[in-house]
Design a protein around this ligand. Sequence first.
Ligand code: ADP
Length: 328
Amino acid sequence: MMFCGEAKDKDDQNVKPQKHVLCIGMACVDFVNIVKEFPLEDSDQRIQDYYWQRGGNASNNCTVLSLLSIPCEFMGVLGTEGVEASWILKDFESFNINTEHCVKKDVHCPVGTIILNMTNGTRTILFFPRDRPEMLYKDFQLKFKNDFSAYSWIHFELCSNVLEISKMIDDVLCYKNSNGQPVVSIEIEKPEFHNYNLVINKADLVFVSKDYAKSKGFANAKEAVSGLYNLCKEGAILVCAWGEQGASLCINNEVLTCPALQNIKVVDTLGAGDTFVAGFVGSLLSQRFYPTEPEHTTKIITKLEYALNYACHLAGHKCSMYGYTGLK
Ligand code: ADP
């Protein structure tokens, strides 16, 4: 299952540093409570286990990419208040995730309290955004000054700051080199935020969650990618993961579907979607496939099929273990 990031060119005398995948979004601390059965309201009971881990979609994407040996960087607002602040930074370091462009602010990080049901692996998330540390375009511009040469791929997790992200994407699209790098992908996860129309037609690759798809009236991943594809730009790839049903994608109105990994004991689905996204991106990078690069269609479909299978396999494997470190 393991693979490395882009292979270095052995013939190149001055081997260039590998380009990074930059994931922009949020980092938080997740307090995970493992229970035998979901608690009754107003009950009092002992739980089976407890731990805390770094969370947030973009932050989790980086964790998985790093475990797949793909050089990556997290960018977001990192709070400096509270003990969690320094712990988050140290944890990024321990996973070898670069955080050099993060914006430091005197705020507290968001926190998630998770109830993980060990019987079926469901995760119930109680999320508190606290000081809502979201990235602003002016910070992004100041940090990069329109130079994205260090990145093969830039992935954006969308929160309520869609307008800000839209301007960031414009800068990256202006910069793109002749190989189509950096690739721009976005993840639309939360139905409660709006204005996604500002960005959905800009990205090379769009991930939509089942929660978002359900909010738009779709009953499964296949229907979601077919129904939403007209919102994407020409030639873009639209992907939707759907828990134990697997995932589907659409490119040029052609739909591919992959079932979820079977015959596993599901214990922890927290971050399954983030693992899926990282697995999909990682697979395309390892196959040296950059969306929007002109390639023969059958070759593209083969690479996408492989990536979809790989992502479902990796995410399913993650569901069969607690946390991420077992993915190593
Ligand atoms: P999210 O964490 O965003 O809710 P999903 O539930 O859609 O993510 O799951 C993402 C992927 O993880 C799925 O496409 C599937 O491959 C895998 N997955 C999730 N739940 C299960 C499960 N119960 N059994 C097997 N694979 C699963």
